[in-house]
Design a protein. Structure first.
Length: 275
């Protein structure tokens, strides 16, 4: 998805990025039947190269990061297809990968062992598994570092170090400190706005997501952060309108006063305050 989201808004031929995505999905599905590290490395290199060299328009679009609870973040039905909404309104969507959430879960046992009641055996086993997973995806990380249009990966250790300046790594419920780390990583990757998706009433994510927005603005005063509740009773029209207002704020440089009566729980790009 990282490759598709980075390329699809700029494709010169409509549907070409989606076709390339499905082509490689089928190729990878075939490769999984006879897995090998060599074929994985080779496929990753070709995937990045193909997306990098897909014919594209010479335009600049506003980059919007998507973070949130794992289900609403990755499932288009749960988020009312927010990625498409961003692209249809002239933006580029960006998000971390699903594997990063599992790496966060593995790294989390270290804090539990050092500061809480976690066992050394559990911490050591998770540390070994974490190292193996990071070793296995080295070809992916290397290919992204050499990519023309796709942002490189940040290690989970680097994300944890960055997040530790904003909150305690003891925030472990739900997405925990990873939600804050995810926002910081996307802002480092030149996202001008962040949309934080959260299920209605999900207290842990309200704390480490919505609750951290003001503090993040103190370090990134030019960004705009929007918290969106996603549940079956939420109006998709209301969510789309709030998203459009966020993007208009970034694209047209509107002042906070001009939208303060129209949008709630969005943070000002200048003052870092809730409008």
């Amino acid at each position: 998805m990282r490759c598709l989201y980075a390329v699809r808004p700029y494709e010169s031929e409509a549907g070409s990025a989606e076709s390339l995505y499905h082509y490689w999905m089928n190729r990878c599905a075939e490769a999984v039947r006879k897995p090998s590290f060599q074929s994985f490395s080779r496929n990753i290199k070709h995937i990045i190269s193909d997306f990098d060299h897909l014919p594209r328009l010479s335009v600049t679009k506003t980059k919007i990061g998507i973070v949130g609870e794992i289900y609403v973040k990755f499932h288009p039905l749960a988020s009312h297809n927010i990625v498409r909404a961003i692209e249809e309104n002239g933006g580029e969507a960006a998000t971390s990968g699903l594997l990063d959430f599992f790496l966060y879960s593995l790294l989390d046992s270290r804090f539990q062992y050092q500061s809480l009641d976690g066992s050394w055996i559990h911490s050591a086993a998770d540390r070994l598994l974490l190292r193996w997973m990071e070793w296995y995806r080295r070809p992916y990380a290397k290919a992204l570092r050499n990519s023309i249009h796709i942002q490189p990966l940040a290690s989970i250790q680097e994300m944890a170090r960055r997040a530790s300046h904003f909150l305690s790594l003891g925030n472990r419920a739900g997405e925990g400190w990873f939600l804050t780390a995810d926002m910081l990583d996307l802002l480092q990757d030149k996202c001008r706005g962040i949309v934080c998706l959260q299920p209605f009433g999900c207290l842990p994510n309200h704390i480490t997501g919505k609750g951290m927005m003001h503090k993040i603005h103190q370090s990134y005063p030019e960004s705009v952060l929007l918290a969106l509740d996603c549940d079956a009773g939420a109006s998709s029209v209301n969510q789309l309108n709030r998203l459009k207002l966020l993007m208009n704020t970034l694209q047209e440089g509107k002042s906070e006063d001009s939208i303060s009566n129209m949008i709630q729980e969005t943070y000002s790009p200048r003052k870092g305050k809730k409008l």
